[in-house]
Every structure is written in C-alpha cells, then in structure tokens.
Design a protein around this ligand. Structure first.
Ligand SMILES: *Cc1c(COP(=O)(O)O)cnc(C)c1O
Length: 406
C-alpha cells in the first residue's frame, strides 16, 4: 500500500487552503505539483553549482555539467533508451514535436503523407499542419468512434509507401484514453517505412516507458506533468534518425566549428541543444525521475487506477452527468459534462470556490470537442498524491454546482 500521508507531506503546496477550503488539486493533466526533492534539487543547483555548462574549465561549470549529464543518464534509464545521447533536453512536448516537424522537413516532399489521430493535443496537430504547408505533404487523421476509440482499420487502408510520419499520443490529455500504440506501431512497421512519433506527455507520468520495446522512432514528453519544473522536457530519438535530421535551432553549443565560410555541427545530443539549456530544471527533472521510481510504477498505477474507478463510479451516480470515453480504457483523467448546468466553466468556477482545482474547456483538443458537438468538458485528473477523500469532495462539489446552476 501507498503511504499517502507521507507522499502528501512531500508536496508543500497541497497543505494550503484556497478560498477558505483545503486545496483539492485535480488538474494534474495540465501540470503536476512538485515534491520537496525536486524543489530542493532546483534550489541546490542555484545555491551551490550555478554555472554555464559544457563551456567552462572552472570547477562550478564542471560540476553543473556533470550533474546535468547524470540527469540525462537517469532519463535514459527511465525510458530505457539505448544511448544517453539519444536523450535531448527540450522545453517540453510542444518544443519536441516542433523540433521534429522542422528537422524532418527536408525528408518530406509534396505527395507524402503524415498520419495523426483524432485524439491529439493541438501540439501534435499544428506543427504537422505547418510542415504540410511548407512541403505540400498531406495530413491524414485516424478517426474515432463515439467512445473515443481509434478506428485502426483506417491504417490498413491508408498506410503506404507515401506515409512518412505517424504521430500519435499514448494517452489522450482530454479524455485519458489509452491508445493502442502497440497495434498502431506494428501496423505502421508492416505497411510503410514511416517514422513513428509517440507523444508521451500523458503517459510518462503514469506508465513504465520502454522506448526500445515499444519500437518507436521518437518519444516526446514534458517534465512539468511528471513532478519536474516547468520548461523541461525530453525528445528521445533513435540514433540513426537523429543523425539524419537537420538541426532545429542554430547557435552556441550545437557547432563543431563555426566560420563565415560555413559551420559544422556538433554530435548528438548537442546538435539539438543550441544555446544555454535550463540546467537547474534539467537536473531537477532527474530528481523527479527518482521520485517516481521511489514510489514504483506498479504502486503508482494501482493507486491512480483506484482513484479513476472511484471517481467514475461516484460521478456516474449524478443524474445528467456524461463521461466522455467512458467505455474506453483510460488512465488518470475523467472528462465530463453536466446537463442543464450552463457551460463547463460555470461549474469550474463553483468548484474553485470550494477549493477544487479542475480544468474546464477544450483542453487544447478542439477537434475532439467538435466531434462530440460540445464547447468543452470538466476534467478532473489525478496524480499519486490524490486521495479517495478528494474524490468524495469532488463528487459533492459537482452535485452542488449542478444544484446551483440548474
Ligand atoms: C500537455 C500536452 C502536450 C503539450 O505539452 P507542453 O508541456 O504544453 O509543451 C502535448 N500533448 C499532450 C498529450 C499533452 O497532454
């Protein structure tokens, strides 16, 4: 069993009141809170070792470099990458996907096809649309049914020589649906030579990730959704593909030699890490990995699954409440609407008055909202520190909101 009291005591932000009520933080799919070990790693870096990395001969610069590279190796193990230089530090998932869409540009031409799914976050849609605009490639979308389940026979009919990239998320941020990426990857491998990109923003905080077993070509995620500071993230790529790609940002750190006649690029991972990185954040991301591993993935998932089961059960007792993706396999998220209770943000405001933080709106997934013909949902999302009591408080709060708005 999880020692919830001990875990909660590691998150100072959770012990405060909001609007006079104990904070019930259920907006973890937008960002998670940070444990003391992460806050301390960040502060320790700025107090004791702050210096620019990779450039300095002086002691602090060497220490900062060693600590950041140690964090890279931790993350390599965390996702089971073959080499540490396949792990690129980014600002987050959005930057990772934009990097890919830019750096793969010269491998894409008019007539090529890129496949994404209906269940994507805007940051796994827009960069590919921009790439298609630049190159004349076509974007295709795996459809879903009314349960939010992706219709994979689409792949049988649409994968071909022309497919150059398939990019899908492992878990949907809007509905929490776990997508069948094993099947998507095996179909893609069988029927095309496409590069496979997995958006792991919502899976890395919950699942054990093994990029080699998964056999994706790229895997991107954000640190801030998995207990690490804002402005951190990872792009993993297979060595041979990263080698074939052009750089994204040009500048310091990413060159081997630079002259006015031309520049040669540094090797991996530095080719993709131009400029001064978020050294403190990247070190603290390593501390977040340690935090997750200190709990263990099995415990983490068992706890989060029980929270989801309880939330689903309690919420479905409320008349006029509809859960989107109810019948699909999900993790960490329950996304719902309330009949005759105004728009989602009305309920969100009442819940906030009760100290309950949930997200309302389209969750950066307007196509999903359009599919269900709604403007938005109320989304409660869970992390390791949430309790069963908080689920009760949420359900009570939703009932109250319904009464007040009805
Ligand atoms: C949050 C999220 C993103 C974007 O991540 P940022 O941290 O905002 O860059 C992309 N995809 C999914 C599935 C997400 O949940």
């Amino acid at each position: 069993m999880l020692d919830l009291q001990n875990i909660r005591s590691q998150f100072p932000i959770l012990s405060q009141t909001v609007n006079g009520k104990p904070l019930v933080y259920l907006d973890n799919a937008a960002t998670s809170q940070k444990p003391l070990s992460v806050l301390e790693a960040l502060e320790k870096y700025y107090r004791e070792t702050n210096a620019n990395v990779h450039r300095g001969i002086h002691t602090l610069s060497q220490l900062a470099t060693e600590e950041m590279e140690a964090s890279r190796r931790k993350i390599q193990k965390f996702i089971n990458a073959e080499h540490d230089y396949e792990v690129i530090f980014t600002k987050g998932t959005t930057e990772g996907i934009n990097l890919l869409a830019y750096s793969l540009s010269n491998q894409i031409k008019s007539g090529d096809e890129i496949i994404i799914s209906y269940l994507e976050h805007h940051s796994n849609i827009v960069p590919w649309q921009m790439l298609c605009e630049r190159t004349g490639a076509t974007l295709k979308v795996i459809p879903m049914d009314e349960n939010g389940i992706l219709q994979l026979d689409f792949l049988d009919n649409n994968l071909s020589e022309k497919t150059k990239i398939v990019s899908v998320n492992q878990v949907s941020n809007a509905l929490g649906i776990i997508n069948p990426i094993e099947e998507i990857i095996s179909k893609t491998r069988k029927n095309s030579n496409a590069l496979i990109v997995i958006d792991g923003a919502q899976s890395a905080p919950h699942f054990k990730i093994d990029v080699q077993k998964m056999d994706c070509d790229f895997f991107v995620f954000s640190g801030h959704k998995m207990y690490a500071p804002m402005g951190t993230g990872i792009l993993y790529g297979k060595e041979k593909h990263l080698e074939d790609m052009q750089p994204f940002h040009g500048g310091g750190e990413m060159i081997a030699t630079c002259s006015f006649d031309g520049t040669t690029y540094a090797g991996l991972p530095f080719k993709f890490e131009a400029g001064t990185p978020n050294v403190g954040g990247n070190i603290a991301l390593g501390a977040a990995v340690d935090f997750i591993e200190s709990i263990g993935h099995e415990q983490l998932q068992n706890h989060e699954n029980s929270l989801l089961d309880r939330a689903q059960k309690k919420l479905l007792e409320i008349e006029g409440l509809k859960i989107y993706g109810e019948k699909a396999k999900r993790t960490g998220v329950v996304s719902f609407t309330l009949e005759n209770a105004g728009i989602a943000s009305d309920a969100g405001m009442i819940l906030d008055k009760l100290g309950i933080a949930v997200r309302t709106g389209h969750h950066c997934t307007q196509p999903i909202m359009a599919y269900f013909n709604i403007a938005g949902t109320i989304r409660a999302s869970f992390a390791v520190y949430n309790s069963m009591d908080e689920i009760e408080i949420l359900a009570e709060g939703v009932r109250k909101a319904q009464r007040m708005l009805g």
